[in-house]
Design a protein around this ligand. Structure first.
Ligand SMILES: [Mn+2]
Length: 316
């Protein structure tokens, strides 16, 4: 990674001002990584903004709590009176235009860097100064922790805590894509001052959210011996589908999970997860989706019955 960090530093040295942007519906991985990069750029005296289009009250409860814990960060949105044209846009935790926090920024920006850990989508943003997409990384936090460490940047305890929380969310408590380097990143964050009690407080969810998810899971069922199917009864965010699929895998005898719901786009989303190297990607590909063997998703115009039929036939 030293190679990448050197390259980043060389590119950063050529610009005076920066915008950092994550994906729409920011989470603690994209936000924590943005804050980390912000600290790095501030340490080399750069002008720097984190782009968040909305007020904290419009984001998730978790984001809201995290945003209250950080101070003296310059945020920017599409209404800000700033000339983007000479700035370097650093995109974190996403690499498709339509999934950016503010896709229209692409009309007023020339120079871009992308750092991501998701599986590369054919619709990736091209013509960048640098694109680093490594789907073996657990999270952006993992990458940014090593970058801060490499740059010997000191961060405050609240930021270290937010980053540790982001790492735990993206890995589902060190159950997904976790390697020795992930645990080492957690250890570095602890040394940087992450506080376990504050992190627990930050990650607390409301009882209502818990019960809602438990209700979804209560209505899930098993087909083909080890395949859990869960249909959500309302229009849902794709993040929710992923959470439910992750959770279904924690139950005995479940080796594959498929969560299905109507999305805000009007399409139907399917999030699939598996254990023991069972291949859910081949099923999701039949629904025009993508991902990898153990973690795949799609959004499709097919009906829920058609989708279940395809899952049923292809997981036998
Ligand atoms: Mn992430």
């Amino acid at each position: 990674m030293t190679d990448l960090f050197n390259k980043l530093d060389v590119i950063f040295s050529r610009y005076d001002s920066f915008i950092i942007m994550g994906h729409v519906n920011p989470d603690l991985d994209s936000f924590g990584a943005s804050l980390a990069l912000y600290q790095r750029l501030k340490s080399i005296n750069k002008q720097c903004y984190i782009f968040l289009e909305h007020d904290c009250s419009e984001y998730s409860n978790l984001m809201n709590k995290a945003m209250c814990k950080v101070d003296s960060v310059n945020y920017i949105n599409s209404k800000s009176n700033v000339d983007f044209s000479k700035m370097l846009l650093v995109i974190l935790d996403v690499h498709q235009k339509n999934r950016l926090e503010y896709p229209n920024i692409m009309n007023s920006i020339n120079d871009i860097i992308i750092l991501d850990h998701h599986i590369k989508d054919p619709k990736y943003i091209n013509n960048t100064k640098l694109t680093y997409i490594n789907s073996n990384l657990s999270s952006m936090i993992e990458l940014m922790t090593y970058y801060l460490d490499y740059c010997e940047i000191k961060i405050n305890s609240n930021l270290a805590t937010i980053m540790l929380a982001g790492l735990e969310i993206d890995t589902n408590n060190y159950n997904l894509k976790t390697t020795s380097r992930t645990y080492k990143a957690a250890s570095i964050l602890m040394e940087m001052g992450a506080d376990i009690n504050t992190k627990r407080e930050l990650l607390k969810e409301s009882k209502d959210e818990f019960i809602k998810r438990a209700d979804y899971i209560k209505n899930s069922y098993i087909i083909n011996n080890n395949v859990a199917i869960c249909i959500l009864p309302e229009i849902s965010a794709s993040e929710t589908l992923a959470e439910v699929s992750d959770e279904l895998l924690t139950f005995e005898d479940v080796e594959q999970s498929f969560t299905i719901a109507k999305l805000e786009t009007g399409k139907t989303g399917v999030s699939a997860r598996s254990l023991n190297n069972k291949d859910v990607l081949s099923v999701i590909k039949k629904l025009n989706g993508g991902g990898n063997k153990t973690n795949a998703a799609t959004s499709t115009n097919q009906t829920i019955d058609e989708i279940i039929n395809i899952i049923e036939k292809n997981t036998r």
